[in-house]
Design a protein around this ligand. Sequence first.
Ligand SMILES: [Zn+2]
Length: 468
Amino acid sequence: MGQATRTTKLPLDLSKRTQGGANTGKRAYLEATVEVLDAARAFYVAFFLTHQEKLSERVPYFSEKHQEERERLISADKLLTWAEFQTVETKEHPDPLPGWNFSQTFPDFPFIYRRAVIKDAIGKVKSYLSNLSNWQQAGKKKGKPGLPGASNHPALYEGAFSLELSGVDLQQSFVRLKVYTGGRWIWVNYPVKYSRYFEARRTDQEWEQQSPKLVLRRKAAELHFSDTKEIKAKKVIESKRDPDLVTVAVDLNVKNLAVITVRQDGKIIETVFVQDHGLDQHRYRHLKHISKKQWLSGKPVKGERSNLHLWQHIRQMNRDAAHKTAHAIARVCARYPGCVLILERLRKIKARGGSKSRRLNRKQANQLRGQINRLSKGKAFAQGTVTVEVNPHGTSQYCSRCGAKGERFSLRAGQRVKERGGKLFRCEQCGYEVHADFNASVNVHHSFFREYHWRPKPKPTHKGGSSP
Ligand SMILES: [Zn+2]
């Protein structure tokens, strides 16, 4: 029931010619292509904004199911044909709408690219109009949606690109792209950094590869292939009826990035700790450095990014940790086919109090938890595991064995020190002492099965006739 997606990136080789890369001229063509496509998209965004009534036109059709004439919203394909008719000059149709002659403004524009930008423009204007009407209905003053922009990573459909693989020697592979030189459109070969990783993904029978997007960055260019796969998975309600259902619960934390517990028939049958290997400390050191630099240099200069490389490094570390953790979670799920993955709905830990670097570090930890959450959902779904998000309330405060409220503490030099966020958990009621994050992870199962503290409250019965 549904579709899993993933992105496979193929970098173009833009290193020096002598090292086998594309030359600077070719690099400039890519930029010119993106630029002219943006301009064409801007043309059609403006075109649809001036003809917005067409986007909401209702057209008649014959419904086979009901055996009668019905009406529905005009389809994107019909809109595309209509827009081409209005703007493109052909032999049979030499006079497009005055002021909207695309063929004159963009001579020899490949039709594959033209269709791609028209579709992009339709999507952009439609989403702008729906945001606008939502905003008008909400009656707010602030937050008026801005007009749609025209830039996008261009999609390369068949006819605008082809992948030429030499098979034996992976170094010899290249892509053929239709690019704009600034004056005309030509086919150009670009060497790519083809790898075994890409080869494995491309030939993976389970996934279907879609048309790539050209992503141009300051120093790099990549083709992003989006792969899709149809997933057949049971609905959670159905799974929940199975008495032997296996549930995999995850508690996301800072030092223990994830504590994964697996439960079947009311018993925990496997536990996996994913540690951060000093990431938190490492990140904190960098952030201390950053905040000190900011303090020394006073107000930040507008429009100037400071500590660019340091931030890149921090983001890279976070991303890496997120992928590894999500992978570990998906690996556990893969061992129990048909299991359900349970995550907590993320609440933000407020980054208040402490030094500036501390607050920055909390923010980064939150970001990381969000990334792990998102990635593990995706990775698990790709192998057929469905995810449920549950109420996180109190998972770290209640005893996972008897359900009573307990306390957190740490051991310092053999002494028990009661403190918020302590490493250990103790239940006053039953005397259970356990690792606090493990306790929280087990509670996530309780929250899913609505046990103990997570039992739904009985609906308040309405007492009538007692209003003062
Ligand atoms: Zn207890």
